[in-house]
Design a protein around this ligand. Structure first.
Ligand SMILES: C[S+](C)CC[C@H](N)C(=O)O
Ligand SMILES: N[C@@H](CCS)C(=O)O
Ligand SMILES: [Zn+2]
Length: 338
């Protein structure tokens, strides 16, 4: 890693230093929307709520801030200009919806800070919570997420899809999210090396906002397509704008091994936000139990994952504010009391 790489990763390191060396990412965003009654059976999935119920989006951000998150991800995971156009929205309307995803998260942060100054609960009396810095991460789901058929858990786009196809697909959307004032870009649930390269090349076209690369993985050494996590993390490491590398929407039982592989490829901060360990059935839009652990069972592993080298922790699909409360509690317990 060259000097430039060091400078960019200092964005995340500086942020982590302000809160004892770690950060709490939010939990399953779509999951929490559904718990509030949203029907996400739609090609836009959670992004549908940007149209139908922006108040719910704001509410879910606040749920996670209340639970102790200090990085929240926008509702843009499956929000794409192409997806909005397919629904009959004009280009301009699509751009506005993308911008709104960042604005709503920023509004939630303002409401939260405002509330904190008035709140006198035990949780808020703890300065480490009240004064914590909060980042807005613009979620960018993969091309597979846009396909809305669970492809982000398979990662096979066929031979016709190239790095160029993927760069062209994501370019405008990423620019809009950056211009809307996101603090960083969260490229998440990345299923293969092809899309990793596309994101890296896109950032190198001149985007200066820091990003994280987070992969969905099928075992301890491979992303869902079968490409090696080491190779994918190596691509991430070589990109100056990448401020953290890790895994999300992956079963808790693979996380420890994945952290070991990632730390061999990069010295950038490592993030982990696993799902519940259940398996997604795209046809029915349902989750089924697998051999994984139940929802917030991974909370006791947080300190082990921290020892293995991770420093940002949260949850993905099928985790809730309750999980994040557990994660924040585990981490806070390891901080020196002031
Ligand atoms: C992370 S998966 C559960 C998201 C949903 C998927 N892209 C779909 O629309 O079916
Ligand atoms: N940020 C998205 C990721 C889905 S894999 C969500 O939590 O809904
Ligand atoms: Zn997920």
């Amino acid at each position: 890693m060259g000097l430039e790489g060091k400078e960019t990763s200092s964005f995340m390191r500086d942020f982590l230093d302000r809160y004892g060396g770690y950060a709490v990412i939010d939990g399953g965003f779509a999951t929490e929307l559904e718990r509030h009654g949203a029907d996400l059976n739609d090609p836009l999935w959670s992004a549908k709520c940007l149209i139908s119920s922006p108040h719910l989006v704001r509410r879910v951000h606040l749920d996670y801030l209340d639970a102790g998150a200090n990085i929240i991800l926008t509702a843009s995971y499956q929000a794409t200009l192409q997806g909005f156009e397919a629904k009959g929205f004009s280009r301009e309307e699509g751009e506005n919806l993308l911008r709104r995803s960042v604005e709503i998260a920023r509004e939630a942060r303002e409401i939260y800070y405002d509330r904190c100054t008035k709140d006198s609960s035990d949780f808020m009396r703890d300065e480490r919570h009240r004064r914590r810095p909060i980042l807005i991460a613009a979620s960018v789901g993969s091309y597979g997420a846009y396909l809305a058929d669970g492809s982000e858990y398979v990662g096979d786009y066929g031979d016709a899809v190239t790095v160029k196809t993927l760069k062209d697909f994501h370019r405008e959307r990423v620019k809009i999210l950056v211009d809307a004032g996101a603090d960083l870009i969260a490229f998440e649930t990345i299923p293969n090396k092809l899309e990793t390269k596309a994101y890296a090349e896109l950032l190198e076209e001149g985007i200066e906002t820091p990003a994280w690369f987070s992969f969905s993985c099928k075992d301890e050494s491979n992303v869902v397509s079968g490409d090696s996590i080491f190779e994918c993390a190596t691509v991430a490491d070589s990109c100056r704008q990448v401020a953290a590398v890790g895994v999300n929407c992956t079963a808790p039982r693979f996380i420890h091994g994945l952290i070991s592989s990632i730390t061999k490829a990069t010295s950038k901060p490592v993030l982990v936000y696993p799902n519940s360990g259940e398996t997604y059935i795209a046809e029915s839009n349902q989750w089924v139990k697998s051999s994984g652990k139940a929802e917030d069972d991974f909370v006791p592993y947080i300190s082990k994952w921290r020892d293995a080298g991770a420093s940002l922790f949260g949850g993905c699909c099928r985790t809730t504010p309750n999980t994040i409360k557990g994660v924040a509690g585990e981490l806070l317990g390891t901080l020196p009391h002031k």
